[in-house]
Design a protein around this ligand. Sequence first.
Ligand code: ZN
Length: 429
Amino acid sequence: MRSWTRPALPKLPGRGLAPRLHDDASGQFLASAPGTPSGTLYVCGITPYDATHIGHAATYIAFDTVVRMWLDAGLDVSYTQNITDVDDPLLERATATGVDWRELAESQIELFRTDMAALAVVPPDSYLGVTETIQPIADAVDELRRRGIAYAVDTPDAAVPKATDWYFDIAAAEAATPWTLGSESGLDRETMARLFAERGGDPERPGKRDPLDPLLWRAERVGEPAWESVMGRGRPGWHIECSVIARQTLGDTIAVQGGGGDLVFPHHEFSAAHATALTGERFARVNAHGGLVAFDGEKMSKSLGNLVLVSQLREAGVEPGAIRLAILTHPYRDDWEWHRGDEQRAAERLAAWRRSVAELQSFDAAALDPEAEDARALELVDAVRARLHDDLDTPGAVDLFDDWFGTPHTAAANELAADALDALLGVRL
Ligand code: ZN
């Protein structure tokens, strides 16, 4: 699938640092690219039925910071993102609004691309929809069947008589592979059971061996899209989609798997489990997740109707750089709340930085020692790198720019500071 326009990134002097990131599987801070010249990143993409809200933007900007740091560190970056362009919420929305599901998906993907380009998010190298990847996913499900890690469940409402859905067998996978339930998410079974029910799982489905066994392949239902496979006509489950797209583009073990905090379980637990069941290898070295963004006291979500959309803010004349800056003032792993006027406060901060460059440079530049100023600007670049290296401390980096632009500097020093702001935080003065 076509992605979006790549922003031009200034090249900074010296060598940057690959960040260390909090890994949810171990609870430790881990090097994101230990001793390797490359960085591989998989970030779960959108289900294209609602436009980019601030919560989505926060997730993609957090992992964009990882990409920018890896590039600054001279790593060879490979980044993949999927699009869940066939799934229950998309089909339900299409039915509810009387729009063809393909048209709904295409229009929302296009809006997402426009939002990401406006926010200066570096595009993934591989941007793949599940509808483009059906055959390899079906092959992976078939391989799990042959290894005895998948089983059929009677499906009386299937479009074809005797067709069945296929489920992943947690117990069989635990017996045959290095993965165990909870080893990716670090959660206990009670919490997993609660989250499974809340996030689209089907613990009550008759015929399942374990209530938490996740769906691998859904047999065709009347009126739903379906594709041919050796399991019969149907469509993939959500977790197997991401594990196959990631392995197909990035290899069997990836450096960082990322996404929003609501993907910790079941999605990332099981996409890793599926991959490990097929390869015998750990799927991702680091499992990293952003926090959830609330608005009006509740998690931002389509079902609650409390969305702040990037496209609406842009239409209202808000500069995308200000939206980005507003998001970057929050630690990426925290849950936080978007408040009305946050975009205005960020725009004022950005305007103050710009004023500082324009006014102070003409006012005091002659009194400054150019060599000392150049050295200070290099120190700023390294200080920003150090803040971001520490689990993407973007608020700490923003503070450094506040300090910098609060005092007079030469034009050359301000130019380097502006390049660092652009290259590492994606905000252009
Ligand atoms: Zn995913």
